[in-house]
Ligand binder design. Structure first.
Ligand code: GLP
Length: 242
C-alpha cells in the first residue's frame, strides 16, 4: 500500500479523489478508469463534473469501465448500478456510448457476459485506475467474503449483509438475487487503486481492511498487498483506525 489519507470532511475527500482521476488523465488522456456506483463516489462525481464544466478535466479520450451490477437490472431500473452512474456522472459529462464498458446484467448467459468484459479490459491494456467503495462486510465491488483473490469478472452470490444494505439504493423492498462484478484480480492488476470511504458506519471495516489480516474472508484487506493503493477516507471513517 502507498497512501492512507484522512480528510476532515466528505467534501475534502471527494476533491482529493477527483484530483487522482484528473491527474491520471493528465498523464494518460486515453486512460482506462473503472468507476463504482453507490453513495460514496457521488461527491467525487460532482467535483469532476464541475471541473469538466470549467475546462479543467478532459474525459474525451478515456474509457470508463463499470464495476458491478445487480443481476437482472439495467439502465432503466431505478437504483441499478448503471442508472446511478449515468445519473451521477456519465450523463452530466456528456459521455459517448462507446466510452463505457458496462455489464449487461440482463444477459441470458452471464458467464459469457463476464468473459466479454474480461476480454475487453485485456484488449484495452488493463485498468489504469480503479476507484472503489467498501461494503459493510468488506466487499469490493460485489466480491463477497470468501471470493478468491484470483478471480476476474464473475457472477457473485450475494451475502445477506449486501442484500440488506443494498436496499438503500431502491425506493421499496427489492429482491436482489445476485451480482456481476469485476474480480479481485482486476483490482490487484489495476495500475492504481483508490479505495474511498466516508462516515462513521464504515470506520470498523476501514480499520479491518488496513490493520487486519490479509485474507479472502475480508476482500478489502487486499489493499494492503496492492503496490499502488491509495486509501482515502474522511475523519469519521478513520475514527476506528487512529
Ligand atoms: C455496494 C456496491 C459496491 C460499492 C459498495 C459501497 O454494494 N456493490 O460497488 O462500492 O457496496 O457502496 P456505498 O458507496 O453506497 O456505501
Amino acid at each position: 500500500m502507498q497512501e492512507f489519507q484522512v480528510y476532515p470532511t466528505y467534501e475534502h475527500l471527494s476533491r482529493a479523489a477527483a484530483d487522482v482521476v484528473v491527474s491520471t488523465l493528465q498523464g494518460k488522456p486515453n486512460a482506462v478508469i473503472c468507476l463504482p456506483s453507490g453513495s460514496t463516489p457521488v461527491g467525487m462525481f460532482r467535483e469532476l463534473i464541475l471541473r469538466h464544466e470549467q475546462g479543467l478535466a478532459d474525459f474525451s479520450q478515456c474509457t470508463f469501465v463499470g464495476l458491478d451490477e445487480w443481476i437482472g437490472m439495467g439502465p432503466e431500473d431505478e437504483g441499478s448500478g448503471r442508472q446511478l452512474l449515468d445519473r451521477d456522472f456519465l450523463h452530466p459529462i456528456g459521455f459517448r456510448p462507446e466510452q463505457i464498458l458496462f455489464f449487461d446484467a440482463r444477459a441470458e448467459n452471464l458467464q459469457a457476459e463476464c468473459e466479454r468484459l474480461n476480454g475487453a479490459i485485456e484488449q484495452l491494456g488493463g485498468l489504469d485506475l480503479i476507484i472503489l467503495g467498501i461494503g459493510m462486510n468488506g466487499h469490493l465491488g460485489l466480491n463477497e467474503p470468501g471470493t478468491s483473490f484470483d478471480t476476474y469478472a464473475h457472477v457473485s452470490e450475494l451475502d445477506p449483509i449486501t442484500i440488506e444494505v443494498g436496499q438503500k439504493y431502491f425506493q421499496g423492498p427489492t429482491p436482489l438475487t445476485g451480482g456481476v462484478t469485476l474480480g479481485l484480480r482486476h483490482m490487484m492488476e489495476a495500475r492504481r487503486l483508490v479505495l474511498m470511504a466516508s462516515g462513521e458506519a464504515k470506520a470498523p471495516v476501514i480499520a479491518r481492511a488496513l490493520k487486519g489480516e490479509v485474507t479472502e474472508a475480508f476482500p478489502a484487506s487486499l489493499v494492503q498487498e496492492h503496490p499502488d493503493a491509495w486509501v482515502l477516507v474522511d475523519a469519521d471513517a478513520a475514527s476506528a483506525f487512529l
